[in-house]
Design a protein around this ligand. Structure first.
Ligand code: NAD
Ligand code: UFG
Length: 362
């Protein structure tokens, strides 16, 4: 059985947690990352946590020559494609960078995969493809629309994957649409390490709690939500990581239901038939919405630190509420999120406390 997985962007936040989950599920992992938004230290720590040196290749997904070398020297079952740039504000300022990195990078990777006949692909998509949702919870068939180049780059890749699946039935293409990933590995050894002042809520809160930042600005308190602040579907990054394992198990089972499934529990839960998956979008969320103020309160309780905040104007481009229907993931992959908001705050706080400067201090 081929169980080797190429993990692009595997040194990053979600990728590093997924490497651990993959190893625990019996997969062999090769990480390919240009370290543009991550550090070698994350890979070192993942190796320590799993008790085995991770195979790491420093490279860019747009470097098709290097990719060819990698595919020529390993026999992969499939690819999990995390590599991408993700800062919405930066994407507005540098759209070409985002389209080049996220869209051209994915095309280069898919072309090399085709050359080597590796056609199982799990793509990091995002709830951002739903734009401002018309109804909640958000289902996979909800209308897609985006308002910024980052979101457009994710949507563009989804369209490319759809066309690819139509053109050639041997591709198996899963787009996992993540809601709001937060939290860290329970060891406190790996977590989210923003380069600069964080754009996202959870790392901002934790840096206020640890004393690195003075106070949180809450963007708007006049939304039509439970307390006027924005509502999001926060999902623990280790639950998200398990979602990738479930997606791979699903692919294995589709391709060869009986002998190829590492996770027999999932094999039993789904009634798969041999054949191609085509393009399959799946939400990874908890199905529950939590407001900004609710998250601040939960974090203050867990950390026993006051979280100073002020209300400011709404942030341009933000929506009021966003949470997933997670039914499809449950039905097809046998996956559901298990961890609570308290777990997410506890694990973020442990990581923040043990690594006040992220990976830099080591
Ligand atoms: P991250 O920045 O921590 O990880 C991305 C990794 O990809 C980094 O290690 C970076 O160095 C690498 N990378 C970027 N461009 C590359 C390239 N051209 N070649 C090789 N490596 C490259 O981000 P993350 O939070 O772990 O996100 C992973 C994926 O999930 C991204 O595609 C992101 O858009 C998507 N996503 C993230 C979120 C989120 O809130 N974190 C939500 C939805 C979707
Ligand atoms: N927020 C604040 N203050 C902050 C940061 C955020 O009040 O300093 C609020 C936002 O207004 C929003 C909520 O906290 O109501 C969540 O904001 P985040 O920036 O943490 O997350 P978003 O939902 O805006 O976006 C994130 C990722 C996107 C991804 C999207 C859906 O940043 O890339 O989730 O997956 F597309």
């Amino acid at each position: 059985m081929k169980n080797k997985i190429l993990v692009t962007g595997g040194a990053g936040y979600i990728g590093s947690h997924t490497c651990i989950a993959l190893h625990e599920a019996g997969y062999e992992v090769v990480v390919y990352d240009n370290l543009s938004n991550s550090s070698r230290e994350a890979i070192n720590r993942v190796s320590t946590l799993i008790g085995q040196t991770i195979v790491f290749i420093e490279g860019d997904v747009r470097d098709d020559e290097l990719l060819r070398e990698v595919f020529a020297s390993h026999e992969f079952f499939g690819v999990i494609h995390f590599a991408g740039l993700k800062a919405v504000g930066e994407s507005v300022a540098k759209p070409l960078l985002y389209y080049n990195n996220n869209v051209s990078g994915t095309i280069a990777l898919l072309e090399v995969m085709a050359e080597y006949d590796v056609k199982n692909f799990v793509f990091s998509s995002s709830a951002t493809v739903y734009g401002d949702p018309e109804t909640l919870p958000i289902h996979e068939l909800s209308k897609r629309s985006c308002t910024n180049p980052y979101g457009q780059s994710k949507l563009a890749v989804e369209y490319i994957l759809e066309d690819l699946a139509i053109s050639d039935k041997s591709w198996n293409l899963i787009a996992l649409r993540y809601f709001n990933p937060v939290g860290a590995h329970p060891s406190g050894q790996i977590g989210e390490d923003p380069n600069d002042i964080p754009n996202n809520l959870m790392p901002y809160i934790s840096q206020v709690a640890v004393g690195k930042l003075d106070k949180l600005s809450i963007f708007g308190n006049d939304y039509p939500t439970v307390d006027g602040t924005g509502v999001r579907d926060f999902i623990h990054v280790t639950d998200l990581a398990q979602g990738h394992v479930a997606a791979l198990s699903y692919l294995e089972q589709q391709i060869s239901p009986e002998e190829n499934c590492l996770n027999t529990a999932i094999a039993k839960q789904t009634s798969a038939k041999s054949g191609s998956v085509g393009f399959l979008p799946i939400n990874l969320g908890t199905g529950k919405g939590t407001s900004v103020l609710e998250l601040v309160t939960a974090f203050a309780e867990v950390s026993k630190q006051p979280i100073a905040y002020q209300f400011v104007e709404r942030r341009a481009g933000d929506i009021a509420s966003c949470y997933a229907s997670a039914d499809k993931a449950q039905a097809l992959l046998g996956w559901q999120a298990k961890l609570s908001i308290t777990d997410m705050c506890q694990d973020t706080w442990r990581w923040q406390n043990m690594n006040p400067n992220g990976y830099q201090a080591s």
